[in-house]
Design a protein around this ligand. Structure first.
Ligand code: SAM
Length: 274
C-alpha cells in the first residue's frame, strides 16, 4: 500500500529527502520501535510525517527535529501536529543532554535518517550515549553493514569498532528502494542500537581508542607494526599478544581496547615522571 502525499513539496537532495510511502513498511517500523506513552521519543527528520503520524497514535507528545522549515509548514496542517514539540534546526546541533535534564528520563531516538548526515549523527549521538535509551534508524544498507561488521570483513573499520563499543546493534528490517519517493539508488535497512548495559568492552579514554583506530585504518594495507609505530614498539605489541604483522582489519574490538588502555597507562606514566 503506497501513500500518496497530497502536499506539494519538491524533495531536496541536499537534505536527503526520500520519503517513506509504503504503509506496511511504516507499520513494521512502528512495531519494531514499540513506542510507549511514558517514554520520551525524538524523531529526527519527520519530513511529510509518514512515521510521525503512525507513531503519534501511541503517544501524547512527540519531539521532532526537522531542518527544512517548508516541511514544518506542511506538517502544521496535519491533525497530529498538536502532539508535536517541534525543533526547526539541524539535528547535528541538538543537545540531547539538555533534553534529558529537562525530562529527567532517558531518550529514545528514531528516524528515517537523511543519508548524508547519518554517520556523523550516529557518532555525535555516541558522545551523548549516557542519556539515550535506544536508537532506531533507517540507514543505507552499506552504512549498517559497516556498523555491525566483524574483524576480517571488508566493511570492518573505525565505525564498527566505535559503534559496537557503545551499542548492541541489530538489523531488523530490509527496506527496498521502491518504498520511498523519490526512489533512491541504494537499499536501506532499519536497525536498532541499544547502549550496552553490561559492556563487554572498557577503555579508560575513548579518545585514545578513537585515535588508535584512526591511525590503524588510515591505510588498511599497512601492517600494525608500521601503522601504529608512533605508539607501540614491536615488542609492546607482542607483549599484548598482538601479532605486529597483522593489518588493522584483523584486530578485534577487545584487542583495540587493550591497546588503548596500554597507551593510556603509558602516557600517564610519562606525564607523572616528567
Ligand atoms: N521521516 C520522513 C519519512 O520517513 O518519510 C522523512 C525522511 S527523509 C529520509 C529525511 C528527513 O530529514 C527530511 O525530512 C529532511 O528534511 C530531514 N533532515 C535532513 N537533514 C537534517 C538535519 N541535519 N537535521 C534535521 N533534519 C534533517
Amino acid at each position: 500500500m503506497i501513500i500518496k502525499h497530497s502536499q506539494r513539496h519538491i524533495p531536496l537532495k541536499r537534505y536527503g529527502q526520500n520519503f517513506l510511502v509504503n504503509k506496511n513498511t511504516i507499520q513494521d517500523i512502528v512495531k519494531i520501535i514499540n513506542p510507549n506513552i511514558k517514554q520520551i521519543l525524538v524523531e529526527i527528520g519527520p519530513g511529510l510525517g509518514a512515521l510521525t503520524k503512525s507513531m503519534c497514535q501511541f503517544l501524547e507528545k512527540l519531539i521532532v527535529i526537522e531542518v527544512d522549515p517548508n516541511l514544518l509548514l506542511l506538517l502544521k496542517k496535519r491533525s497530529f501536529y498538536s502532539k508535536l514539540i517541534v525543533f526547526c534546526q539541524d539535528a547535528l546541533r541538538f543537545n540531547f543532554i539538555d533534553l534529558f535534564h529537562k525530562k529527567n528520563q532517558l531518550i529514545r531516538i528514531f528516524g528515517n535518517l537523511p543519508y548524508n548526515i547519518s554517520t556523523s549523527l550516529i557518532i555525535l549521538l555516541f558522545k551523548q550515549i549516557q542519556v539515550i535509551q535506544d536508537m532506531n534508524f533507517m540507514l543505507q544498507k552499506e552504512v549498517a553493514e559497516r556498523l555491525i561488521s566483524i574483524p576480517g570483513n571488508k566493511s570492518y573499520g573505525r565505525l564498527s569498532i566505535i559503534s559496537q563499543y557503545y551499542c548492541n546493534i541489530k538489523i531488523l528490517l530490509n527496506v527496498i528502494p521502491e518504498d520511498f519517493r523519490p526512489i533512491p539508488k541504494v537499499h536501506s535497512v532499519f536497525i536498532n542500537l541499544t547502549p550496552h548495559t553490561n559492556s563487554p568492552y572498557f577503555v579508560h579514554d575513548i579518545n585514545i581508542l578513537s585515535y588508535i583506530t584512526k591511525n590503524a585504518f588510515q591505510n588498511r594495507r599497512k601492517i600494525l607494526r608500521h601503522s601504529l609505530k608512533n605508539f607501540f614498539s614491536k615488542k609492546e605489541l607482542l607483549q599484548l599478544e598482538i601479532n605486529p604483522n597483522l593489518r588493522a582489519e584483523n584486530i578485534s574490538i577487545f584487542q583495540y581496547c587493550q591497546l588503548s588502555n596500554y597507551l593510556y597507562k603509558k602516557l600517564n606514566t610519562t606525564l607523572k615522571t616528567n
